[in-house]
Design a protein around this ligand. Structure first.
Ligand code: KG4
Ligand code: ZN
Length: 336
């Protein structure tokens, strides 16, 4: 395979990220400037604030990515950028920068789908990952079961009908009084709790459905806390966190294994920010082992938003000359 050197830029939400990856697997740099501190006091991402931070960060973050990689702009073979889905103002910052750079260097521009980036974090670490695979992509904005037949053919088998898994983690963390972003905080708290303490509902939906729903579970947690408050019953927040996490993970794992069996997948891939969750990783690994299916999950820093995963997805597009025009626009609801 051609060892193309790709600079990738990712600004779809609240991380300004740039990375240099060679040949889709050798990470020369992977810089992530997080805006968590700025959004924390609002309890969530404020789109306008995110755009402004991206504007301030994009130049130094790209400069650092090249410096750490020990390369100059002129050694790049292509410039890749996330063009959706995400916050439109945030996406536009990365996109304007990437287009200008590609134009100035006269190198191809590669537009990457953010969720495809999450999936390719798997190929970044495991280029030989056996296909067809069933991939569970769980992030703050999306929850999808994807059948990956090849690098150009894929199909969505199931999606969430309401909240994304990460969104449910964040909302429940908020009602438990945990700071933003709630997912990792909730996982920490859950370690001290009993996952069997409270029996929260699991939304299996219709027989055989590979879709998800987490809003009922979120309401059940809120109602449980309300009821306790009204009756003066004692609440152990760690037990609530552990029981909530167990309910989410049980549904995610069960449906992923069902999908892999039904579609005769050769492997299971777990991806997206929520895939950084240790409990989910362990439960999925155990279930895959029991089903005799090879299981892959990128290391946690490659699961949450970063640009190395975008560079890897871009590499496979580069190999088939899937380049974008210089008038590429941001598409906030870009379908997979
Ligand atoms: O993929 P990602 O970094 O950004 C999006 O594309 O949305 O995912 C962020 C989501 C957030 O909802 C965050 O709370 C969740 O992933 N998350 C976690 C953990 N780490 C990140 N959820 C549960 N446990 C974690 N350890
Ligand atoms: Zn993401």
């Amino acid at each position: 395979m051609e060892p193309a050197t790709i600079l990738a830029i990712e600004t779809s939400c609240d991380e300004t990220a740039a990375a240099v990856v060679i040949g889709g697997r050798e990470i020369r740099s992977n810089i992530v400037a997080s805006q968590i501190a700025s959004h924390r006091r609002f309890g969530g991402v404020v789109p306008e604030v995110a755009s402004r931070h991206h504007m301030e960060n994009i130049v130094p973050v790209v400069a650092e990515a090249l410096e750490v990689a020990g390369l100059s702009f002129y050694e790049l073979d292509a410039v890749a950028v996330t063009y959706g889905p995400g916050l439109v103002g945030a996406l536009l910052v990365g996109l304007a920068y990437a287009k200008s750079l590609a134009y100035a260097l006269d190198k191809p521009l590669i537009g990457v789908h953010h969720l495809l980036g999450h999936i390719y974090a798997g190929f970044l670490q495991y280029p030989e990952l056996p296909l067809p695979a069933v991939c569970l992509v769980v992030s703050g904005g999306h929850t999808n079961l994807v059948y990956l037949e090849s690098h150009t053919r894929r199909r969505i088998l199931g999606s969430t009908r309401d909240d994304a898994a990460g969104e449910a983690f964040d909302k429940v963390a908020r009602v438990l009084g945990l700071p933003y972003p709630g997912g990792p905080e909730l996982e920490k708290l859950a370690r001290e709790g009993d996952p069997r303490a409270v029996s929260f509902p699991r939304a299996w939906l219709e027989e055989g459905s590979l879709d998800f729903s987490f809003s009922g579970l979120k309401s059940a947690v809120i109602n449980y806390l309300h009821h306790a408050q009204q009756t003066g019953a004692e609440v152990n927040p760690a037990d609530v966190a552990a029981s909530f996490q167990a309910a989410v993970v049980e549904v995610l794992v069960t449906k992923t294994i069902q999908a892999a069996r039904r579609f005769n997948a050769c492997s299971i891939l777990l991806a997206g920010g929520v895939a950084a969750n240790g409990f989910l990783r362990r439960e999925m690994a155990a279930a895959a082992r029991e089903a005799a299916l090879p299981f892959f999950c990128p290391e946690p820093r490659l699961c949450t938003d970063n640009a190395a995963m975008i560079a890897c997805a871009a590499y496979y597009q580069y190999l088939r000359r899937d380049f974008a025009p210089l008038d590429l626009n941001a598409i906030p609801d870009l379908p997979l």
